[in-house]
Ligand binder design. Structure first.
Ligand code: CU
Ligand code: ZN
Length: 198
């Protein structure tokens, strides 16, 4: 048994090694071959990412949760939010620098996403933090619905919002106070990730 089994085992090991070598070379070849094709698809159909989602989680002592989707449209990105368990009224709503909701108060998400080093402002102001989405407005039942097309949001390049944090604040954003809009504490935090159907 020992010698008969040993030879096939060696042969099998050789096959594995051969396969592994073949595999390690395959992606390089594939990459070279498909690069022009990818480019063609990209320009013809926009094969890039077209949809993202942030699932919002309550910070410590909060119950605010919900879902926010980001969908690429002709003139920007459509942002649609459904948020629950908010206090009635306006709440600052921003993309923050880091996709890190690990600290109980969500301060780990950093400040407003501001790759162009501009001043804080409202969403309709051209010179603003890219993350300045304004306010979401909750009704008496604590539900807030936000639906806006924003022409400054991108899924690609150095200002891409993918992987960044999304924050809902305790208070309204005044669109003036630097650099936060004086929106107070953070009641909900999520991370903007690539969505199915993208
Ligand atoms: Cu914020
Ligand atoms: Zn800002």
């Amino acid at each position: 048994m020992s010698s008969k089994c040993f030879v096939p085992a060696l042969a099998a090991a050789g096959l594995v090694t051969f396969a592994a070598m073949g595999y390690s070379q395959a992606p390089q070849k594939a990459k070279r071959a498909s690069a022009p094709q990818q480019h063609a698809e990209g320009s013809a159909h926009g094969a890039a990412i077209t949809k993202a989602i942030a699932v919002m989680h309550p910070t410590k002592g909060s119950k605010v949760d919900g879902t926010v989707t980001f969908t690429k449209v002709e003139n920007g990105v459509r942002v649609q939010a459904h948020i629950h368990n908010l206090a009635a009224g306006k709440h600052g709503f921003h993309i923050h620098e880091f996709g890190d909701c690990s600290s109980p108060d969500a301060m780990s998400a950093g400040g407003h996403f501001n790759p162009e080093k501009t001043e804080h402002a409202g969403p309709k102001t051209h010179k603003r933090h890219i993350g300045d989405l304004g306010n979401i407005d909750a009704d008496d039942s604590g539900h807030a619905h936000y639906d806006m097309v924003d022409d400054q949001l991108r899924f690609e390049g150095p200002t891409s919002i993918l992987g960044r944090g999304l924050i809902i604040h305790e208070k309204a954003d005044d669109f003036k106070t630097q650099p936060t809009g004086n929106a107070g504490g953070r009641v909900s935090c999520g991370v903007i990730g690539v969505a199915k159907g993208s």
